[in-house]
Write a protein that binds this ligand. Structure first.
Ligand SMILES: Nc1ncnc2c1ncn2[C@@H]1O[C@H](COP(=O)(O)OP(=O)(O)OP(=O)(O)O)[C@@H](O)[C@H]1O
Ligand SMILES: Nc1nc2c(c(=O)[nH]1)N=C(CO)CN2
Length: 159
């Protein structure tokens, strides 16, 4: 399974997430298979910024990981994202969380995403759609969430 994490904390956050999902699904080589609920989440890392909306989706694609990354980066820039502060505010962020559990490390791409197991804003939506999915060493997404040291607030968003 291929998981993407989406986040936004600038502008119409929900519309930004929906637009990114629509653009991904419109790509000829990508099918969006599952979409989690949207969660409102406290900023992780750099705290002095507005709350995020986050979601996780499952996609099906024959694109290689770096090709999929390129599509994500292109969508980010089409949506007006400029490269700013690391862990700072953004219109849209699309992360490759896991690509069929493959491990790789290049200058441009690390898989699985290096921090996903430490972030509740990723694990809560991921557990909603694939809680029993085994990530590594027999650990499921639910297991990771139970062990996750992140105590920040993650709540379902009804806006
Ligand atoms: N698994 C991955 N998913 C997305 N980008 C990745 C991944 N691994 C490495 N990168 C690289 O990270 C670069 C910077 O990403 P970005 O600006 O979104 O970082 P960030 O969101 O501030 O921090 P973080 O990566 O901790 O979420 C991307 O241009 C990409 O080349
Ligand atoms: N809650 C939350 N915090 C973040 C997020 C995010 O998507 N959600 N993205 C960041 C940049 O990687 C930094 N901090």
């Amino acid at each position: 399974m291929i998981f993407l994490g989406l986040g936004s904390n600038i502008g119409n956050r929900k519309q930004n997430l929906m637009r990114a999902i629509e653009l991904l699904n419109h790509h000829n080589d990508i099918i969006v298979r599952q979409i989690s609920s949207i969660y409102e989440t406290e900023p992780y890392g750099v705290k002095e910024q507005d709350d995020f909306l986050n979601a996780v989706i499952v996609v099906e694609t024959k694109l290689f990981p770096e090709e999929l990354l390129d599509v994500c980066l292109t969508i980010e820039s089409r949506m007006g994202r400029t490269r700013e502060l690391r862990w700072g505010p953004r219109v849209i962020d699309i992360d490759l969380l896991s690509y069929n559990n493959e491990a790789m490390h290049t200058e441009r791409l690390t898989l699985p995403h290096p921090f996903f197991a430490l972030r509740k804003f990723v694990l809560v939506p991921m557990a909603e759609i694939a809680g029993d999915f085994i990530v590594s060493d027999g650990m499921t997404v639910k297991n990771l969430l139970m062990q996750c040291p992140d105590s920040s607030n993650v709540t379902l968003y009804f806006g």
